[in-house]
Design a protein around this ligand. Structure first.
Ligand SMILES: Nc1ncnc2c1ncn2[C@@H]1O[C@H](COP(=O)(O)OP(=O)(O)OP(=O)(O)O)[C@@H](O)[C@H]1O
Length: 275
């Protein structure tokens, strides 16, 4: 069992003693307490933990949508100070423009960056093909299933070439079969088009299948509970899900999430702390 945060030589992301305090009535609520974590370049980490343990808060801090109350979050050694093009964000809700086709959605960020039309078309088509939507390039989002919309959102995030992808429960609203397919596709896309990925999920299988490391958080206050290395082969396959190695890792993560013994357990209702 490892509760150590890695200390990498040149981390892509470095979260250093980060805390986040929200006002709660006339007291305060500590959503994150002294969280430290380094994420390596091209590493794929997943973050799991009980509801309210601060996963989204941590993600929003990395995305630059939320400020820290203490400590700092660095990307490439520079403190995060607002959103930036090197960080692509994908949320659970499909944030596609409903009036634009799949291709125009994927091209959108490139157009904003004033990329010439032929070039942005080439890049968009590459990523549309990568996520298997080439038959639907001219379709509007309303003509797509939920899984297809999320694939489009992933293609759009990749197209602007961010070095970091921040994904907050991106498959949370999808049915189990679509979800499993998208996990395989995302992992394959990542192995072809390497990026640093931080992926939040409630699903223990998903956390293990996708990750190089699973970060298990605890609530009240939000903190890192345990870090579990996923020493499965880099290429993840459907068969692997049934392997004893996968099952053992899954059980470990499950126990870390649902049987947290240190401090307060996984009861997730907010409680006041005197910060
Ligand atoms: N803007 C805010 N103001 C006050 N409290 C907040 C705010 N945002 C989050 N919180 C509180 O901080 C805690 C952590 O919230 P956060 O959404 O980060 O947790 P989470 O782990 O992502 O939860 P879930 O798994 O349910 O999505 C929660 O108890 C929440 O009530």
């Amino acid at each position: 069992m490892s509760t150590m945060t890695s200390t990498l030589a040149n981390p892509k992301i470095s979260i250093q003693g980060v805390s986040k305090v929200y006002p709660l009535g006339n007291t305060e609520f500590k959503a994150l307490d002294n969280v430290s974590l380094d994420v390596g370049d091209n590493e794929f980490i997943t973050v799991v933990g009980p509801s309210g343990c601060g996963k989204s808060t941590m993600m929003n801090i990395l995305a630059g949508l939320e400020t820290v109350s203490g400590g700092q979050a660095l990307v490439d050694g520079v403190a995060v100070d607002g959103p930036g093009p090197e960080r692509g964000v994908i949320f659970q809700q499909y944030a596609l423009f409903p009036w634009l086709t799949v291709r125009d959605n994927v091209e959108f960020g490139l157009k904003t960056a004033k990329m010439p039309k032929a070039e942005r078309r080439r890049i968009a088509d590459h990523f549309i093909e990568l996520v298997g939507l080439e038959q639907f390039a001219d379709a509007l989002p309303k003509m797509l299933s939920g899984g297809m919309r999320q694939r489009c959102a992933i293609a759009r995030a990749y197209a602007v070439n961010p070095s970091i992808l921040l994904m907050d429960e991106p498959f949370g609203a999808l049915d189990a079969l679509t979800r499993v397919n998208l996990q395989e596709q995302l992992r394959e896309t990542w192995s072809k088009e390497q990026r640093t990925v931080v992926f939040i999920t409630h699903d223990v299988d998903e956390a293990v299948f996708l990750a190089n490391r699973v970060i298990v958080m605890a609530a009240r206050p939000g903190r890192i509970h345990e870090i579990i290395e996923v020493d499965l082969p880099a290429i993840r396959t459907e068969e692997m899900r049934l392997s004893p190695e996968f099952t053992a890792l899954r059980n470990r993560v499950w126990n870390a999430v649902y049987h947290q013994t240190s401090g307060e357990n996984s009861v997730s209702e907010p409680s006041a702390t005197t910060a």
